[in-house]
Design a protein around this ligand. Structure first.
Ligand code: ADP
Ligand code: MG
Length: 627
């Protein structure tokens, strides 16, 4: 057996680098957090090719003396903790004292810093952790750290880095989150010589949210505020009618740090109570302040998760306060209706809020309240569980077939079904001569089609069924290269939050393949010049936005199939007949024929129910016909 040896310091640092430095964005994270800890109020971040080639962070913080700069690159060198007790009351960003050592071990590294302008600045260079140069140098108060050729000496790690666009995306995301947590600081991000973010200093949190996300998002938000000695919070939350199909517009900051906290999230959802529709999520940008002793930030290595000492109390505060704020907002006529002529959704919501708020938890029957609350936390894939359950049932029980495209319907007016409308040709009554084994019986509440098939009663969700037909049709046409497009005489202009702009631009070619010709118009604006024919006269902007919303969940990994499916399903949703639309018997029959002529109704792995069937024996049993 060989002798036990203490590992040499450079090797230890290289190993530690594996934990601290995962990718360019983690380098940016550590360095920018150091700048914040150094009291800087201007931080300039410059990256080349997603940070894979070069990262430079310049700040106007307190800087380091030459001795401290030398020490800072040693492992476990920190000016932030001296005793174990300090861990309890950490308010600074970084505290492990290993970032600089780790980063310098796997890059070409340079610190230039000045603590005292009278004494001048100091510069150190390292290559793969070995010092190659140190000298006095003229430099204004502050620090600049350059990190070039990250992972140049650990090729295995370098190989695992994603495309520079993905890395850039991570950096952008991180800077936005950090900027929201520190509205007093100026952040400027330059990527490949282009200034992509320049957020001025001394903003309020709300101004900063507006700056980073644009009016597209903030128009749907209202202010919230709560101040007590135990905790205080303020920020912006969704107006009662402005929900999103994903959770991406949810940002929580605790003591200036971006965190993910289930307790706070659930509390907020509970505050919205029945206002939330299934699979819809509120947006919220909340900044909470609490005594650092009440939370533990040291749970997660990247420190985005926190543990709370008194989760029940915090949950209750958020739930009660959000509910109060929504109620007050409505009373103060916070929600100006989009179009004052029509009766607005806000009126309904107002009524709903009033009823939910008077029905406090004691007054409401327990069972009912529980049922509603379960809905808030329902994840889309919980429906898979539901489907599995349904399919396990024996054949005499009602069966549920599912729709692949489970997305909430928009408030767009329903397309008119008419045989003269060429676009709706697939619902043309001339093919309605009942070749189907489904026979339409009638429409129920402008929502469901009642039909019969040998030995069964069928209930079909008209929107879900049509959506599924369209989905398959669009998909088939796309892969057969027969998806027709249509130029727009007047290009459509629309605004996107910067994050979505990046996503859109990353996939321009794929959009084009689908028949969307989109161009950057300047700033956050884009123009659409051509669209798939099937979307002519539809809310194209909404289609694009809902795709981007979904994509933000998976798009970074660049799986093109997922992207296409997302576009197909969005087009399908926006072009399908709606709930609330009256259908003639013939139109219903056409829809059923299409459903029957394919094996669609059996093929779908997930989504919400499309057809429910009741065997006649089951009805017979209910009417006690079988003895
Ligand atoms: P930590 O941040 O956990 O203390 P780091 O390795 O990130 O460990 O940094 C080591 C030390 O270097 C810090 O404690 C701080 O004293 C000093 N330092 C790092 N970056 C800066 C900066 N931008 N300005 C001033 N001091 C800095
Ligand atoms: Mg640090």
């Amino acid at each position: 057996m060989s002798n036990v040896k203490i590992l040499p310091e450079p090797l230890i640092n290289k190993i530690a680098a594996g934990e601290v430095v995962e990718r360019p964005s983690s380098v940016v994270k550590e360095l920018v957090e150091n700048s914040i800890d150094a009291g800087a109020d201007q931080i300039f971040i410059t990256v080349v090719n997603g940070g894979k080639e070069a990262i430079s962070i310049l700040d106007n913080g307190m800087g380091m003396s030459p001795q401290n700069a030398q020490l800072a690159i040693e492992r476990h060198a920190t000016s932030k903790i001296f005793e174990a007790e300090d861990l309890e009351k950490i308010s600074t960003m970084g505290f492990r004292g290993e970032a600089l050592a780790a980063i310098s071990a796997v890059s070409m590294f340079e610190i230039t810093t000045c603590h005292d302008e009278d004494k001048g600045g100091f510069q150190i260079r390292l290559e793969g952790g070995k010092k190659t140069h140190s000298a006095k140098i003229g430099f204004p108060k502050g620090t600049r750290i350059n990190v070039d050729n990250l992972f140049f000496n650990t090729p295995a790690r370098q190989k695992f880095l994603k495309s520079f666009k993905t890395e850039y995306h991570h950096i952008y995301d991180f800077i936005v989150k950090l900027a929201l947590g520190h509205p007093n600081i100026q952040f400027k991000l330059t990527h490949n010589n282009k200034v992509v973010l320049n957020i001025p200093k001394n903003q309020t949190f709300i101004e900063r949210v507006q700056h980073c996300f644009g009016s597209e998002i903030t128009d749907g938000l209202m202010e919230c505020k709560y101040e007590e000695s135990y905790l205080s919070f303020h920020g912006l939350i969704s107006k009662p009618s402005r929900f999103k199909p994903s959770r991406r517009w949810q940002h929580t900051f605790v003591n200036n740090r971006y965190v993910k906290c289930q307790t706070i999230n659930h509390g907020i959802y509970a505050g919205y109570k029945t206002l939330l529709m299934k699979n819809m999520h509120p947006m919220f940008f909340i900044k909470m302040d609490i005594d650092p002793k009440e939370i533990d930030v040291n749970v997660h290595p990247a420190k985005t998760e926190i543990r709370i000492k008194n989760p029940n109390l915090i949950h209750t505060i958020f739930s009660d306060q959000i509910s109060r704020i929504l109620k007050e907002g409505t009373r103060n006529h916070f929600f100006v209706p989009a179009s004052p002529v029509e009766p607005t959704i806000d009126e309904t919501i107002k009524r709903q809020i009033e009823t939910t708020s008077t029905a406090t938890s004691q007054e409401q029957p327990m069972g009912k309240q529980k049922e509603k609350e379960i809905n808030f936390y329902e994840e889309p894939n919980e429906q898979l569980g539901f489907m599995a359950q349904v399919q396990k049932q024996d054949s005499a029980k009602p069966k549920v077939f599912l729709n692949p495209i489970d997305r909430p319907e928009t408030e767009e007016p329903p397309p008119v079904l008419s045989s003269t409308d060429k676009e709706e040709a697939h619902l043309n009554p001339k093919i309605a001569s009942s070749t189907s084994s489904f026979e339409a019986l009638g429409q129920l509440h402008k929502k469901y089609i009642l039909a019969q098939q040998k030995g069964k009663l069928l209930i079909i969700d008209q929107h879900a069924a049509h959506e599924r037909i369209r989905f398959e049709e669009i998909k088939a046409n796309f892969y057969n290269n027969s998806l027709d497009t249509c130029p727009l005489i007047i290009p459509l202009l629309f605004e996107l939050p910067p994050q979505d702009g990046i996503l859109l631009e990353q996939n321009m070619e794929s959009w084009e393949k689908l028949g969307f010709i989109i161009e950057h118009f300047g700033g956050n604006d884009y123009s659409i010049k051509e669209v798939p024919l099937i979307l002519k006269d539809r809310d194209i902007e909404q289609v694009i936005k809902s795709v981007l919303d979904e994509m933000s969940q998976f798009g970074k990994s660049g799986k093109i199939e997922l992207f296409y499916n997302e576009v197909f399903s969005s087009i399908a949703c926006h072009s399908a007949i709606r709930t609330g639309q009256t259908l003639s018997l013939q139109e219903m029959q056409t829809l059923l024929d299409q459903l029957a002529s394919s094996d669609l109704q059996l093929s779908c792995p997930h989504g919400r129910p499309c057809i429910i069937e009741f065997p006649i024996e089951e009805l017979d049993k209910k009417f006690k016909r079988i003895v």
